[in-house]
Ligand binder design. Sequence first.
Ligand SMILES: Cc1cc2nc3c(=O)[nH]c(=O)nc-3n(C[C@H](O)[C@H](O)[C@H](O)COP(=O)(O)OP(=O)(O)OC[C@H]3O[C@@H](n4cnc5c(N)ncnc54)[C@H](O)[C@@H]3O)c2cc1C
Length: 449
Amino acid sequence: MNRRYFIQKTSAAGIAFSLMPIACAKAPKMDAEFIILGGGLSGLYLAHLLEEVGKDYLLLEGSNRLGGRMFSRKDINREVGGRGIGDKYIEVMKLVKKFDTEMIDITDYMRSPTAIYVDGTLHKEWTDNTTNPAYLQFMALAKAPKLSALDQWYQRPDLDETYSTLLKRHGLTDEQIDLANISANYNNLRETSAINAYHSAAFRQFNDSERILNFKGGSYKFIDAIVGSLKKTVLRNKMVTKINDTKDKVTVWCEDGSSYNGKKVISTLPFSTLRDVKMDVSFNSNQQKAIAELPYTKITQIHLTQTEAFWEQDQIPYDMWTDTPLERIMNVSSNKDEKQMACWVNGTGTAFFDKMSEKEIADYTIKKINEIRPSTTGKLEYLGTQDWGQYKYNKGAYVEFGVGHASLFEDMIRPAGNMHFAGEHAAKKSRGMEGAAESARRVFNELTS
Ligand SMILES: Cc1cc2nc3c(=O)[nH]c(=O)nc-3n(C[C@H](O)[C@H](O)[C@H](O)COP(=O)(O)OP(=O)(O)OC[C@H]3O[C@@H](n4cnc5c(N)ncnc54)[C@H](O)[C@@H]3O)c2cc1C
């Protein structure tokens, strides 16, 4: 075969071949244009926004429940996740108004007096502020610089040091930091970045909410209202195990063997669980690092109830701050006429309970509270424990940036190929529920602009 003939033959065949794939190859079967991973507030709000503009989506939730970290545990009749919102939250309040959700204003009774149990003695109140860890922590923070904008926290490497370093510079001793560590909302003040505290302070300052609201009857009512309004497919029990992004489609595989194709995938999964998903996606190096490393705050709540009003008998405030493994014992009810007891253990302290059986937790907790406060003897009943650090769908309560992590943030929330990121951890300005909703709004704009 001479060269000319070869070219003619092959070019004819080439034409035939180049036409054939177009005529015969099937376009990948698309289950939806957008596949949303995670049915917490962020995923549900994004679904709601997409539905409002007539976009096609499919939502995959790993557990058999929607709401994620907004969790009304009906088996023990307790709220165990996010529920406190400020009256000036922008995105969440839009939804509250849209669904006409009934709220309760808890501002006036949420800061009740607290008894103190330190070194084996129960005091009715702090006699001296210099031993009050909450006071110490916030007084030191008040002396530190302030952020001048809500989204400045990830752009201030000069403020990125361990929180304990900042507290020490403002006069706290190691002993006081140990005390503050018991109840600080972080895993460990000696590891967490001060950036988290600056951001929380800025969020309080700039959001300017005056009232704190809870969902009347439970956060599930709000979640149910959003879910009830959705018309497109929301699938539960779809634990995502693998994601593969090729240019023309993204495929998502679930634990039950099912798989789904979409043009884009939006992950609202906390990085604490996303890191367990096998992914073939073109992440930038900062995304890889953030997905692998971002810490999440551990919280364990031990819920109890009482059969008699022991606080009326001993005339000591119901809430207690303790230096025992139970840390804080407090009323978590949204109803001012009711008392719901929970021991609230944060961070490294949760390890104490992680290896115990539920019965051991119950026995230990009741015995310890009786020891701290004899008037409770014979009057407590154990309800249940919510261990957010070990809860397989979250592996932590909220994101907690370690030193060096805030500098990953801008890259971390950029789309990677056909994958976008929403969720509480991906919020530029807000925190908690408002952060989850804010990030959903940002991704909605990315997808529709
Ligand atoms: C104890 C506690 C108290 C809080 N208090 C407040 C508060 O008072 N105010 C406030 O504003 N915020 C609070 N928060 C935070 C708030 O609840 C969260 O920021 C918000 O609900 C997070 O929403 P999200 O959609 O980003 O994530 P999530 O609600 O966690 O949603 C993610 C979803 O992804 C699912 N998922 C995980 N992995 C997979 C997988 N592999 N495949 C499929 N699905 C998966 C999960 O089941 C979950 O439903 C609190 C949180 C906790 C835990």
